[in-house]
Design a protein around this ligand. Structure first.
Ligand code: C2O
Ligand code: CU
Length: 471
């Protein structure tokens, strides 16, 4: 019948222009439990040694998904040999759910449980990890993605989560010992094996013509990732969960600092059977191939070029009142090769050598921030008035990168080195490069004591962690 032949042809022509599917609202099982426990993992899929890790059931932990405006409810059970908590990185939630030991809750002891429950008010890509002894617990594998789905997700064929990590392994596959002084005073615990979703060999498998959303999450202790997708030109869609004006990366690598996230829209512009690579060029002298890109032999999903992705709807982050904001300068100092000779620690001037013997080598405005301890959280680094707007001027006077992370709030990145941008992007983890100054603004609208720290976890351990009190 000519009719069916004709409709068949029409059908296949339509296939050549396959419509993008809006994200499908899926049933999200609630509540979820997470058990933190020791686990043997296989980063090399049988082609290398195994590793004794700690996990939330898998490495990385399960991808938690919730729709924006819904309640996330997670029971944490601690089967680790040490106390722990979960911090929901990047979420603006009530202080009691923030997971910072001594500041917002008592650490969850081995054998104990804790129920986290909060409304996910912002959509985007977030993650979760312990906040107790983080430099060790996160490096041992305790981290996972938390996806808060937009009411109207962007039109893509697939939505992929890529948890980027690096591991410092010995030849046996065992994790190198923790507590290395060089890591504290230099660039943190950089690993020697990089993984995507807990695998050393994790290709990006594409079908020609498809459009994917790629959610990059950097859970490494210290490594900045800077990805180059050879022969591809992805769009930046969101930073730290918050939509940005979509633009192509062009020659710039996709930079994701420790703790940070970057959502990309990647169009599979290659042809069936193509093979290419993703390089991590964050450290120019030690660039390496992170993953391969493999195209299937399937016929292209569509042949026409797709239009620019639409900008994500804004999250309900309050707009800071810049005209009436108080500006607070914060100079980050210390570490190796930073030129800091001495700093004040617990009321006493001390030389760098003496400070190093106490494991406290980073300072803010000439002062070492004491560790937050049981029964003694110390005084806040910032004392902020509820509802007021603030500009923090983060100056990096050290020789190392510092991704600065503020809990409970998202900040507008106004500009760098004195130059303001026209349209600030919203972040929660802001990379401040050596000798760079970054100005961020936010409304202190969330009451409580909020950790403010460098997300190079060894730096946080050695002095770069304090808290802002909003009251
Ligand atoms: Cu990702 Cu204070 O943490
Ligand atoms: Cu740092």
């Amino acid at each position: 019948m000519s009719f069916s032949r004709r409709s068949f042809l029409t059908g296949s022509a339509a296939l050549g222009a396959a419509a993008l599917l809006p994200g499908i609202a899926r049933a999200i099982p609630q509540p979820t439990g997470l058990i933190a426990k020791p686990q043997t993992i296989d980063l090399f899929d049988g082609k290398g040694p195994i590793t004794e890790a700690w996990s939330f059931g898998s490495v990385p932990g399960p991808v938690l998904r919730v729709r924006q405006g819904e309640t996330l409810s997670v029971a944490l059970q601690n089967d680790l040999p040490q106390p722990t908590t979960i911090h929901w990185h990047g979420l603006r939630l009530p202080n009691a759910m923030d997971g910072v030991p001594h500041l917002t809750q008592a650490p969850v002891k081995p054998g104990e449980t804790f129920d986290y429950r909060f409304v996910a008010q912002d959509a985007g890509t977030f993650w979760y990890h312990p906040h107790v002894n983080s430099a060790e617990q996160v490096a041992r594998g305790l981290s996972g993605a938390l996806i808060v789905e937009e009411a109207t997700p962007p039109e893509v064929d697939r939505d992929l989560v890529w948890v980027l990590d690096d591991w410092r392994l010995q030849k046996t596959g065992a994790l190198a010992p923790f507590g290395n002084m060089h890591d504290l005073t230099h660039g943190g615990r950089l690993g020697n094996v990089a993984t995507v979703n807990g695998k050393y060999d994790h290709p990006l498998r594409l079908r020609a013509g498809e459009r994917v959303r790629l959610r990059l999450i950097n859970v490494a202790n210290a490594r900045v990732f800077g990805l180059k997708f050879l022969n591809h030109d992805p769009w930046r869609l969101a930073v730290d969960g918050h939509g940005v004006a979509p633009e192509r990366l062009g020659d710039r690598p996709a930079v994701v600092p420790p703790g940070g996230r970057l959502d990309l829209i990647l169009d599979a512009t290659g042809t069936p059977g193509d093979k290419t690579e993703i390089h991590d060029v964050a450290y120019a002298r030690s660039a390496y191939m992170l993953a391969e890109i493999h195209y299937s032999e399937d016929t292209p999903l569509r042949t026409e070029a797709l239009p620019a992705p639409a900008r994500l709807a804004a999250n309900p982050v309050p707009t800071p009142d810049l005209a009436n904001a108080e500006t607070i300068p914060m100079a980050f100092q210390g570490g190796a090769m930073g030129g800091m000779a001495q700093a004040r620690y617990q009321g006493q001037m001390m030389g760098l050598r003496e400070l190093a013997s106490l494991g406290m080598v980073w300072a803010v405005n000439g002062e070492i921030i004491p560790r937050i301890e049981p029964g003694n959280i110390g005084s806040p680094l910032l004392d902020l008035k509820l509802g007021r707007s603030y500009i923090l001027r983060w100056g990096n006077e050290t020789a190392f990168d510092h991704p600065i992370h503020l809990h409970g709030h998202s900040v507008w990145v106004l500009g760098r080195n004195g130059t303001r941008v026209a349209t600030p992007e919203i972040q929660d983890t802001v990379l401040v490069r050596p000798r760079e100054t970054v100005e961020v603004a936010f409304v202190a609208d969330n009451p409580g004591d909020w950790a403010l720290h460098c997300h190079v976890l060894e730096h946080a351990e050695a002095g770069m962690m304090g808290f802002a009190r909003v009251s």
